[in-house]
Design a protein around this ligand. Structure first.
Ligand SMILES: C[S@@+](CC[C@H](N)C(=O)[O-])C[C@H]1O[C@@H](n2cnc3c(N)ncnc32)[C@H](O)[C@@H]1O
Length: 247
């Protein structure tokens, strides 16, 4: 089936388009994964946060629960302690990270909008992990520039999750590559961008999907050629590219 035909057949909203972001080909399969792996083990507070924000108009922005579970597992395997998140929204990925870090773990979290963060904050506090979070409100680029000015910050982060404005991902990459440690990881979210990275130029895409597609494709091209990182692009959620810094 062509991309166009697939789009036309998907008039009714499915998890791929609306509530949960996933590139899996059937709603039933996605539901099966949730029911057999995520939901029985999802931390009570993640469930609470998901339920609290379900009706928020931008809830689609949050990573899906299977991706949260994946990030949590990855952080534990890496023994990550010092992390950063660019793009917090109401905090689903932030809480997934905070729960996976040790009690003295840290997350430097940035978002232009504190209101979104504060919506989920009570749940994060109730989970007893708010002390791990240092939230900074504002555009991430100047905050990163400030961090880089201080040599002491360079090469100190175990894990950096980038999930904000896609048209700035390359600008983020230029900066976070200096902040992550050799052997540490940067993870870029949405690198398959609703599957649009392989859509023909005339595909009937939503405006915001169309607008960011070229930026995402450019990022993918550059990451594939960047010898400073070893990459692994996974079709989890909307696509996540893991970049392990090697030099
Ligand atoms: C996709 S959402 C993040 C979702 C979040 N990681 C989660 O899983 O719940 C993107 C967020 O990036 C924030 N954002 C957009 N542009 C930004 C910028 N220039 N600097 C920092 N945050 C930005 C938005 O306010 C929004 O909350």
């Amino acid at each position: 089936m062509t991309f166009k035909e697939e789009q036309q057949q998907n008039q009714a909203p499915s998890h791929r388009q609306l509530r949960d972001k996933s590139l899996l080909q059937s709603d039933a399969l996605y539901q099966y994964i949730l029911e057999t792996s995520v939901y029985p083990r999802e931390h009570e507070s993640l469930k609470e946060l998901r339920e609290l924000t379900e009706k928020h108009p931008w809830n689609l922005l949050a990573i899906p629960p299977d991706e949260g579970q994946f990030i949590g597992m990855l952080l534990k395997l890496m023994n990550a302690k010092n992390t950063m998140e660019i793009g917090v929204y109401t905090g689903y990925s932030l809480l997934s990270t905070a729960l996976a870090l040790p009690s003295d773990g840290k997350i430097l979290a940035m978002d232009v909008n504190r209101e979104y963060y504060e919506l989920g904050l009570p749940v994060i506090q109730k989970a007893g992990v708010a002390h791990k979070i240092d939230f900074r409100e504002g555009p991430a680029l100047p905050l990163l520039d400030e961090l880089i000015k201080d040599e002491k910050n360079k090469g100190t982060f175990d894990f950096i999750f980038v999930d904000a404005d896609k048209d700035n991902y390359l600008n983020y990459h230029k900066r976070v590559i200096e902040l992550v440690k050799v052997g540490g990881m940067i993870a870029y979210d949405n690198t398959l961008w609703h599957g649009s990275v392989v859509a023909p130029p005339d595909a009937p895409l939503l405006d915001y999907v169309k607008y960011y597609r070229d930026f995402v494709m450019e990022l993918n091209k550059i990451l594939a050629l960047d010898s400073r990182v070893e990459i692994c692009q996974l079709s989890v959620g909307d696509g996540i590219t893991l970049c392990r810094r090697v030099i």
